[in-house]
Write a protein that binds this ligand. Sequence first.
Ligand code: SF4
Length: 367
Amino acid sequence: MPRHAGPPSVLDLDPGALEEVVLRAGGRPFHARSIRAWILRRGARSFAEMTDLPRSLLPSLEGLLVPLSSNVAERRAAPDGTVRLLLRLRDGNAVETVVIPGRGGATLCVSTQVGCPVGCRFCASGLAGIVRNLSAPEIVEQFLHGRAEAVSLRPVTRAVVMGIGEPTLNLEALLAALEVVRDPRGIGLGARRITISTVGYPDRVRRLAAAGTPYNLAVSLHAADDATRGRLIPTMARIPLAEIVEGARAYFATTGREPTFEYVLLAGTNDAPDQARALARLLEGARATVNLIPYNPIPGSPFRRPTRERVEAFSRILRGHGIPATIRWSKGLEAEAACGQLRIDRLPREPGRAPDPSPQGVAPLGG
Ligand code: SF4
């Protein structure tokens, strides 16, 4: 649990510990179950709105417990309906959650770390390095804030763990959080509706498969050869692409869930026809779709978005080799330039601060 002053939040406590606190406040065991349901199912933000709690219980309860450990510090909406939420955590750190409206419902994009140790050269979140892992309750609360934001528009039907951070470097907290998210008595979003996105540490992908819940998996490749990938994601340079693709195949073999491969297209870096052919060779025989994501430029970045013609040509080559490919033109461009930008904008300026690949409290890469 992250260090902070003050009482725990409801989701910081397991049901037994929550019951103890409620009894100490003068309540009954069923009040603890009711409080958890108000938070998870009905989205309550205060004990006062929990109308079945005795009013006499509130003062002592409020001294021992807080409803949530995070709050929405800032909200930025784009004309296409995408909303970025900056959530303030109790230790003063901030994290981003994005609500993306779709035809049938909204998709939430949630984060798993404050910052990110992977340091992809084209990513706003990787620019400032890692601060710490999020706790399981902090991950669950992103679903609660996102659902509250989405509710005026449509229900939340999907979630992608694709926000700030590398999910497999905070796997235990993420899996604990997703257990809560899947519980039909609370948020009730099933594993089929949740996609975990990773840069592809093969051992961690296997660990995720072994955990036994078949979430959708998206593996970020961003290159078709090891040299280009090493330049784009230097902290991953020692893991060959072939091993990463093999890890994704193993995920499919264990879970029956066909992974997708993500590929951010950067003009003049990884978008050449030869690179499309190399990608087709790399993925030969793998059951998977490639999602092509034309780059969202961020201020100060040396990378550029390829032209539409170049993107479509890349996609045609993949499909010509029998690899299903889709193009994802990102939403929310108007809200911010890139994922993680809202948080980055509010970081104190530390010129020259480089991504730190081995922060305290975060598992070593590939370990
Ligand atoms: S793209 Fe993902 S893994 Fe890479 S630095 Fe950004 S948040 Fe981290």
